[in-house]
Design a protein around this ligand. Structure first.
Ligand code: Z5A
Length: 208
């Protein structure tokens, strides 16, 4: 019988390098002989990418924080049912650029929504599924925002002020401190080769 794959999520405020590091990590896992699926949230399915378009489009009218929360979980329900669960069942490893920790950090921390309401939706949508490992890329807000801004025009979240990202980061750090077995915190203010060394070290520890 094929053993179930592992579910790895990458988290952090914008500009910490998640997309860059996701590609690097995928290549290291492929070298170890694993089959790897890379995906992202919000998104990862045709419907989810359409929802992502709505969530990020700065030209649309403002939405309420609750609307934003429900759209995140609607996209996630589709993503879990059609991409993540099937891949894990086939024994593949799933690398996901953001997942529910982002909801706690952005909608709970940034938008001040009730954490208990987020936990209820998490239970309903995920039915007990949690990431096996979460890599939290952590860098001071000004460094991360400067990197993100050097790269592209602002979407609806990126237009937020730095205090918003300080609140988001605080929730990420609290969650990492509470679940040290799942979270791996990586200093993303380091140079790219240094971050890559940290990722290589983590993959070695997995002893694949
Ligand atoms: N969101 C939410 O609110 N609730 C949820 O539940 C979920 C998401 C799932 C879209 O996410 C938005 O959705 C997100 C939160 C919200 N918005 N924000 N903010 P996204 O992941 O698509 O967007 P993002 O977080 O803004 O990602 P990003 O801007 O693409 O950043 P990144 O992936 O972390 O960084 P990057 O593109 O890999 O790197 C940025 C630049 O820095 C790039 O030029 C790199 O070459 C450079 N870089 C990376 N690392 C280094 C180092 N170490 N040194 C120097 N330069 C570096």
């Amino acid at each position: 019988m094929t053993s179930r794959g592992k579910f790895i999520t990458l988290e952090g405020i914008e500009g910490v390098g998640k997309s860059t590091h996701c590609a690097f990590l995928r290549d290291r896992l492929l070298e170890s002989g694993l089959t790897v699926v890379t995906t992202r949230e919000p998104g990862g399915t045709r419907l989810g990418e359409a929802v992502r378009g709505i969530l990020l489009d700065p030209s649309l009218p403002a939405m309420t924080p609750l609307t934003e929360l429900l759209l995140m979980f609607a996209a996630r329900a589709e993503h879990l049912a059609t991409v993540i669960e099937p891949a894990l069942t086939r024994g593949e490893w799933v690398l996901c650029d953001r997942f529910t920790d982002a909801t706690y950090a952005y909608q709970g921390g940034g938008r001040a929504l009730d954490m208990a309401a987020i936990a209820q939706l998490e239970g309903l949508v995920q039915q007990g599924l949690r990431p096996d490992y979460t890599l939290l890329f952590d860098a001071p807000v000004p460094i991360a925002l400067a990197r993100a801004k050097s790269r592209s025009a602002s979407d609806r979240f990126e237009a937020e002020v730095s205090e918003f990202f300080v609140k988001v980061q605080a929730v990420y750090r609290e969650r990492a401190a509470r679940e040290p077995l799942r979270f791996v915190s990586i200093d993303a203010a380091q140079t790219l080769p240094e971050v890559e060394d940290a990722l290589r070290g983590w993959v070695r520890k997995l002893a694949l």
